[in-house]
Design a protein around this ligand. Sequence first.
Ligand code: ADP
Ligand code: MG
Length: 732
Amino acid sequence: MTVDLKESVSSLRNRATSRNPRTFTIPLDNMGQVKKVSDYYGELTFDFKKSEDISDLTKREIIKALDEGQGIKKEHAEAVANAVTRWAVNLGATHFCHWFQPLTGGTAEKHDAFFSFSKEGKAIERLSASQLLQGEPDASSFPNGGSRSTFEARGYTSWDLTSPMFLIETTNGRTLCIPTAFVSYKGESLDIKTPLLKSISILSPAVTKFLQLAGHSDTTSVQVTCGAEQEYFLIDKAFYFARPDLVMTGRTLFGALTTRNQQLEDHYFGLIPDRILAFMQELDYELHRLGIPSKTRHNEVAPGQFEMAPIFCEANVASDNNQMIMTTMRRIAEKHNMMVLLHEKPFAGINGSGKHVNWSMSDNTGLNLLEPGTEPQSNLRFLATVAIIVEALHRYAKPLRMAISGAGNDHRLGANEAPPSIISAYLGDTLDKIFHTIMEDKSFTPRSNNVIDLGTNQLAHLLQDNTDRNRTSPFAFTGNKFEFRAVGSSHAIGFPMTVLNAAVTDIFVEANTFLEKEQAAGQSVDQSLMSLIKKLMGNSLKAVFNGDGYSKEWVEEAKRRGLPNLRTTPEALKTMLDKNDYSFLVRNGIFKESEIETRYNILLERYIKIREIEMETMIDMIHQFVIPSGLEYKTVLAKLIKDQKEIGVASNFEMDAYKKVSLKIDEIHALSLNLHKELSAEHHDHQKYAENIAAELMTTVTTMAGICNELEELIPNQFYTLPKYYDMLFLR
Ligand code: ADP
Ligand code: MG
C-alpha cells in the first residue's frame, strides 16, 4: 500500500466508499462441502493430550506433574518437543518462538529456525527439550523498570504447559508459538503471565478449603474462569494513515463531533454492515482455527464500534487468547482495508471501549461458585462467596483501580459515559435486598410477594429472572459471574485478574480462619456461614452501589461513604508506593517488593511517554495541518475581501470569518508554544511530573483540542486537510 500524505481528503473518501467487502471462502472438506467450525476448530493448536505421537504413559505423567505443580521431566519434554516439531513442520512451519507477554502490555516473540544439523552434518528439523523448556531473550530490550543492571541483562522464558502451543500464519509461512513466562536472570517476573499463574495457584487452595468448610467435601481444587468481551472500533485504512494522531497515539487528539453520534441509539445490536460482517466472518474463522472459542459478534453503542466475545475458559488461557484476539483482529482488519482501534477512547465525546472481564471460579466437580445452588446450604455458600468478593473489592479498591490504570483508560473512567474510577459492586435488586434482610435479621420478601426464606431453592430462580442490567457499574454481578467492566480495551487482562484473584484470596483466607473458629466453637456449617456473611457485609455493603454510576450524585455519595476515587493514572499508581495498599500482594507471594517497584516504574514511565507523544503529536498536527488549513482559507478570504472592496461591495461575512480564524490561530499557536516549552523542561521527580501532566497539561490539551475543533468547524471542507469524525465513523 502506498501512503500519499498529500492525497486530498475527498480522494480518500472516494477510496473508502468504493471498496467492496473482501471475500474469503472457508475451504471445502473431502466431500466438497464447506467445512464446519467443528472441522477446523483448533487445527492450528497443538494439545499434547491429543497427540498420537506421545505415549499414554507420558501424557499421564505430564498431567500428574501439572496437577501437582511439579516441573516436567526432561524426557517428557523431549517427547513433546519431538511430537510438536513433527506436527508443526508437517504443517509447513519453519520456525518456532517463545511467545510471552512483557510488561508493555503486548506480546513478544523471538524466532528460531527448526533447521539444524544432525551429528552426520545433515540438515534436519529439530526442537530440543531445552529449546522447548527455556529461551533466553535479552531482557534489557524490554521494559524492566530499573530491575536490571547491564551485567545481568539476561532474561529467561520458560514454557507454560497449561496454555496450548499454536501456529501463526503470515503471508510467507507459519511459525510455532510456545506460550512462555518471562523472568529476569534473578528470577523476577518481567511479564503478565507469571504473577497471574501465581495468583491462581494461591487462590485454589484457599477457595478449596472454604468449600470444604462449607460442606463440599469433594472439592480438591479450584480454577478461575474468564471470558473477556472485547470492544473495538473499525475505520477505513485510508483515513487512518491520514491521521498522524491515530498512527502515533491510537486516538484522535481532536476532532469536531458530527451532528449524529449515538443519540439515536440505533447502532447497538443493529444490522451489521456488510463490509464489517465480512471482517467478522474471517476473524471468527481464524480465531476458531487457533482454538479460540469466539462466540458473539455485534455492533456496539457508538458508530463504528463493535464487540466480540468468546466462550469463557480457564483464566490463564483466556488471558493468552485475548492477546491473540487483539493481534488477529489487527491482522485480519488490514486485509479488509480497515484498521482496528483498540484504544479506550479513540474519539472524544462518544463511547469508549472496554474489555468486560467476566470472571468466576469453579471447582474440580464443575461447581461454579457464583451459581446459586438448589440446596439451602449452597445458597449460603453462594451468598458467603459474594460477600467475600464484595469485601475484597471494598478493601482492595485502590490496588484494583491501579490494575486498570493507563493513559487511555483515564479518558474512559470517570468520563460521563464509562464506569467511574470509583470501584464499587453492582449486585442487582434481589441480591441487594437479600443482604439487607440478612443484616436486619428479617425474612426476605421478593417482588412477586411470596415470602421465601433462604432455605428454599428459589434463590436460583429469582436470580435467573433478575435480568435488570446496569451498564454503569465497574464491577457487576451478572447472574453467575462478576463482570469487571472497568478494564480497558487495550489492556492485557492478566494484570487486573492477578490483582483481583489476590484480593479475593486474601479475604477467603481470612474467612476460612473465621469459619474454622466458629465451627470449632460448636456452630453448624450454616450458622458459621451466616455469621460470616453478616460480619463481612456489615463492613462492605458500602461498596455496593446499584444506582447510576455515571451520575454526579454517585461521586458525592461515594465520598460520603469514604470510598476512594483515584481519577487519574498517576494517582492510582501511587498505590504501589504505599505498603498499606499493596502488602497483600507481597504477603500472598504474588509479587516480591522489587517486582512491585518494577511495575510502578514501568507503568509510570509508560504513562509519561504516552502523554508526551500525544502532546508532541498534537503540536505537530496543529502546525502541519490545522494552521495551514486556516491560512489557506484566510488567503482566499483576503482576496475576496480585496476584490469586493474594489467593486464596492461589503464583505461582512468574509471579514467576520477572517477575524475569527485569525483569532483562533493566534490562540492555538500561543498555547502550543507554551506546551512545547513545558515539554522541553527537565523533570527529576517523575511522580510529580506525571501528576502535573494529568492535572495541568491535560487541561491545556483539552483546551487546545477545543480550539482545533472550532477551527475545523470554521474552515470549509475543501481547505481542511484531515479526515473528520464524519469520515472515520460513518464512511465505508
Ligand atoms: P452477558 O449477556 O451477561 O454479557 P454472556 O452469556 O454474553 O452474558 O456472557 C458474556 C461472557 O461471559 C462470555 O464471554 C461468557 O463466556 C462469559 N461467562 C459466562 N459464564 C462465565 C463464568 N462462569 N466464568 C467466566 N466467564 C463466564
Ligand atoms: Mg456482558
